[in-house]
Design a protein around this ligand. Structure first.
Ligand SMILES: C[S@@+](CC[C@H](N)C(=O)[O-])C[C@H]1O[C@@H](n2cnc3c(N)ncnc32)[C@H](O)[C@@H]1O
Length: 253
């Protein structure tokens, strides 16, 4: 999910295709080490959940926002591990339907809710959340800095943010999409008002991602969701060295 413009209708169809494709979920779960019963839509391996959980330092009973949550699996798991209450937010109603039913099997009903909203307009009050995670979605905010400003507005003083995404390895590489060229978390997190900014390159996450794309290309093309995974895999592997996998954490002062 790193190229071209993507609107809510596009993602609704993407998630509808995914729901009809056990084959797609099996490839992703096997290569990224994810529990198949949780819903995922990105390229973050299971070890990433521990990194996000540690970075957020959520108090038990605190409020976690998983923004761009998709089918919700990562945020549900972080809420389970920390005892936090969860709001999952996305602009795809289809994704949120899936997230609600997955969550109903994992979290008590008073611990989780799923709401429509965008990366730049959540309609939540200032300072409402204790921690905010965004897995492989902040690059869709237009521009990313507008998303980061909204995240900063939502966090209480001392609240933490944890973001996973990609950045260009080189500023002038024509193989990199405009969307990823716009990503510069080391520059934009402080510009949005965050402090304690850390941006780590994650080569092991990137290696897991490579195994995902390779497995997708080796699989039979059984349905639209597998085809979409293969199209993205082909494009990603053609210029694999052009992107850096990044994990960013920061504090709202
Ligand atoms: C690669 S998926 C990641 C989903 C989920 N975080 C996960 O890791 O499984 C990107 C998600 O961002 C959502 N998204 C993209 N642009 C958005 C926007 N402007 N506002 C809200 N959600 C958006 C998509 O609907 C999709 O669920």
């Amino acid at each position: 999910m790193t190229a071209a413009a993507r609107d809510a209708a596009y993602f609704d169809q993407w998630y509808a295709d995914m729901a009809a494709s056990p084959a797609r979920d099996a490839i992703v779960a096997r290569t990224l080490g994810l529990p198949p019963e949780l819903g995922f839509a990105s390229a973050l391996p299971w070890e990433g959940v521990a990194d996000i959980t540690a970075a957020l330092r959520l108090p038990s009973g605190g409020l976690l926002l998983d923004i761009g949550c998709g089918r919700g699996g990562y945020g549900i798991e972080v809420a389970l591990r920390t005892g936090a209450r969860l709001i999952g937010m996305d602009f795809s109603a289809v994704a949120l339907d899936h997230a609600s039913s997955i969550s109903a099997r994992r979290l008590p009903p008073d611990r989780a809710e799923f709401r429509l909203g965008t990366l730049t307009a959540t309609a939540l009050p200032d300072g409402a959340v204790d921690g905010l995670m965004c897995v492989d979605a902040v690059q869709f905010a237009e521009p990313p800095l507008a998303g980061l400003r909204e995240f900063h507005r939502l966090l209480r003083p001392g609240g933490r943010v944890a973001l996973t995404s990609w950045e260009a390895a080189s500023a002038a590489d024509p193989r990199v999409s405009a969307r990823i060229h716009a990503m510069n978390l080391r520059r934009d997190l402080p510009a949005a008002g965050f402090v304690d900014v850390e941006v780590h390159e994650m080569p092991l996450w990137r290696a897991a991602e490579r195994s995902l794309w390779e497995a997708a290309l080796a699989a039979p093309e059984t349905d639209p969701a597998v085809r979409s995974l293969q199209t993205e895999g082909r494009r990603t592997l053609e210029s694999f060295d052009a992107l850096r996998r990044v994990f960013a954490t920061a504090t709202a002062p």
